[in-house]
Design a protein around this ligand. Structure first.
Ligand SMILES: C[S@@+](CC[C@H](N)C(=O)[O-])C[C@H]1O[C@@H](n2cnc3c(N)ncnc32)[C@H](O)[C@@H]1O
Length: 373
């Protein structure tokens, strides 16, 4: 049943080619993270609704399940998390911080992805949930669970930071602690009060992928999402929150390509507030001859000359095993005709481009806006 679930979830996430992620979803028993009380799922018509029985068959699909329903805290949508984890691409042996671990289900999936040579540092603000996560993850020797405010973590450089609560501004310490090539994925959204819930919700958020590149930060939108908002010390100024609201309303987040810190953007801006901006400028330019560009998370394309205009590569392309000056290879290493989707005006490989149809760099069209986390 879990194998079928994993295949279905990866297909919904438009990530079926990611077999490691599929195996991780197939390996972790979701039912052991949902507690002993009758499982309840949020529905648009009747709020939290109890399932007829705690039968695992009912939760091996893309359903959100309540964890602490009085606070609106859920075990989030498997398809959304599969999509974001595919984008973040945790590798074997990496160190990853999971902020907002809840009862630990997605921590366990991260632990599968980094393997026994890697490590997951899981943070949970809520004491009860943290106790549950400690118990649920006790047998996983590559996981450390900490009861603390994620704003103060991680305290060491890491390869990835996976945030599962909404923020209006990613903490500067998260960005600073990314190792070279490190990826940060938070839901970026403005806090809103919701009827019947004590806390706040980032209902109109987007997933943001930030990647530390040679001399800056690549960024990309992972599409719309809805998460409960951060507890604790993570703050943003009113000016920042208002600017974010306007940008979220204007949509166009598909244009985000870089995060600029302490410098003015020279290209298009999606969001600018205080000393940072999400911009449509290319993530990074290295010298005049070779440009290294973010293709999809963790993967790079090397181009011998600077290009003009936005370039969006299809998911199968990777520069890692580049076979020529402008060559690309498939993810599994076997050579494959490169296909670049979007405008790529001066590159010979473009001739193989079918149609020029726009696709999201991080994969697939946005999911519909549901309460996912
Ligand atoms: C949407 S829930 C996700 C839980 C879990 N990832 C899952 O899907 O099963 C967000 C979690 O973040 C926690 N949280 C909120 N603010 C936090 C903070 N500042 N530091 C650490 N955890 C926080 C909440 O208590 C909640 O458990």
């Amino acid at each position: 049943m879990r194998a079928t679930y994993a295949r279905q979830i990866l297909a919904l996430a438009n990530a079926s080619e990611n077999h490691r992620l599929e195996r991780a979803f197939a390996a972790v028993p979701r039912e052991t993270f949902l507690g002993e009380d009758r499982w309840r799922i949020p529905t648009s018509l009747a709020g939290y609704t109890p399932l007829p029985e705690n039968d695992p068959v009912l939760i091996y699909q893309d359903v959100v399940v309540g964890l602490a329903t009085q606070r609106g805290v859920n075990n989030g949508s498997p398809a959304l998390h599969a999509r974001w984890l595919n984008a973040m691409a945790p590798h074997r042996g990496e160190v990853v911080a999971h902020l907002g671990a809840g009862a630990g289900y997605y921590t366990a999936i991260l632990a599968e992805l980094v393997g026994s040579t890697g490590r997951v540092i899981a943070l949970e603000y809520d004491e009860d949930l943290c106790t549950r996560a400690v118990k649920n993850l006790a047998h996983r020797t590559n996981v450390q669970v900490v009861h603390a405010d994620g704003a103060a973590y991680p305290v060491e450089p890491v390869d990835g930071i996976y945030v599962n609560f909404g923020v209006a501004r990613p903490a500067r310490s998260w960005i600073d602690r990314l190792k070279p090539g490190g990826r940060l994925v938070p839901p970026l959204g403005a806090p809103e009060k919701q009827e019947f819930l004590p806390g706040r919700v980032a209902a109109q958020a987007i997933g943001l992928l930030v990647t530390r590149v040679d001399n800056g930060f690549g960024a990309a939108s992972l599409g719309p999402a809805s998460f409960i908002f951060a507890e604790g010390a993570l703050g943003a100024t009113t000016e920042e929150v208002n600017a974010l609201r306007v940008s979220l309303q204007n949509a166009n987040d598909g244009k985000i390509r870089s995060l600029l810190l302490d410098r003015r953007p020279t290209g298009g801006v999606w969001l600018a507030a205080s000393n940072r901006a999400l911009s449509s400028e290319a993530p990074v330019r290295v010298g005049g001859r070779e440009e290294k560009a973010l293709v999809t998370p963790g993967r790079w394309a090397y181009r011998s000359k600077p290009q003009t205009g936005p370039v969006v590569f299809c998911r199968a392309c990777t520069g890692k095993n580049a076979s020529g000056p402008l060559g690309f290879a498939a993810r599994n290493g076997s050579p494959q005709a490169p296909h670049v989707i979007g405008r790529h005006p001066r590159t010979p490989v473009c001739k193989t481009t079918p149609g020029g149809k726009r696709r999201y760099a991080a994969g697939g069209p946005p999911l519909p806006r549901l309460r996912q986390g």
